[in-house]
Design a protein around this ligand. Structure first.
Ligand code: S3P
Length: 173
């Protein structure tokens, strides 16, 4: 019996921290579904993150993100949740995470690692102009928010995806 039996495991952290890749490994190991917020947003709306962002704006995207996070947390079967980097921004999301029974793990990456890993990519309109400056600013702005929501912190620096997944399981156990 682990501390997380019957509970969702929610991975939070900056873009490029490896939430989706680590989430896939964890879901496989635990025989659980993986719910990835950006993917679910695209499934639910039939539009890409970038389309929503460019036609309706960030605020509209964030509202859909909140609905999606609440739906993920409400999933009956315990799952692994990969929550997009920005979920910590809204107070409603932070409260939902705190009030849920979920085990929230912050995948903490040094910002220099994020800079080497992350390219703007189709679903990352925030990084279109100056990815490095933006990532550094976002890290400064969000560090306290990740700290606030996290039940556990796992460093991803110098670790493979499998090693990070093992570390998540250790701190969940
Ligand atoms: C965002 C993170 C992205 C995506 C969008 C905004 C953010 O998801 O939701 O580009 O504000 O941190 P990933 O963290 O999965 O890259």
């Amino acid at each position: 019996m682990t501390a997380c039996e019957g509970k969702h495991i929610v991975l939070v952290g900056m873009m490029g921290a490896g939430k989706s890749s680590v989430g896939r490994v964890l879901a496989r190991k635990l025989h659980r579904p993986l719910l990835d917020s950006d993917e679910l947003i695209e499934e639910r709306t039939g539009r890409t993150v970038r389309e929503i962002w460019s036609s309706d704006g960030e605020a509209a995207f964030r509202a859909i993100e909140t609905e999606t996070l609440l739906a993920m947390l409400g999933a009956g079967e315990p799952a692994v949740l990969a929550a997009a980097g920005g979920v910590v921004l809204a107070e409603a999301n932070r409260s939902a995470l705190a009030e849920s029974d979920a085990h929230v793990v912050w995948l903490l990456a040094h910002v220099d690692l994020l800079v080497t890993r992350v390219t703007n990519g189709v679903h990352r309109p925030l990084l279109d102009d100056d990815p490095e400056r933006m990532l550094r600013q976002m890290y400064t702005d969000r560090e306290a928010l990740y700290t606030e929501v996290a039940d556990a912190v796992v460093s991803v620096d110098h670790r493979s995806i499998n090693e990070v997944a093992q570390a998540v399981l250790r701190c969940a156990g």
